[in-house]
Design a protein. Structure first.
Length: 59
């Protein structure tokens, strides 16, 4: 598995746990969905920025 996919799997587990906790706390489903979408977007941006290889120096 690549670093990117491992990072995303961890992010999915975190988001799932937070969404389940919000459900148990009685948060409205539409707000849980908003939070999941926002966290998923942030997770993808962080995963790309952390696992991207630096550009080689130009000659």
């Amino acid at each position: 598995m690549s670093s990117f996919s491992i990072y995303l799997v961890g992010m999915f587990v975190l988001i799932g746990g937070l969404a389940y906790g919000a459900h148990l706390a009685g948060l409205a489903p539409q707000w849980i969905a908003v939070g999941v979408i926002v966290l998923l977007g942030l997770g993808i941006v962080k995963a790309v920025s952390r696992t991207r290889r630096p550009d080689p120096p130009s000659a």
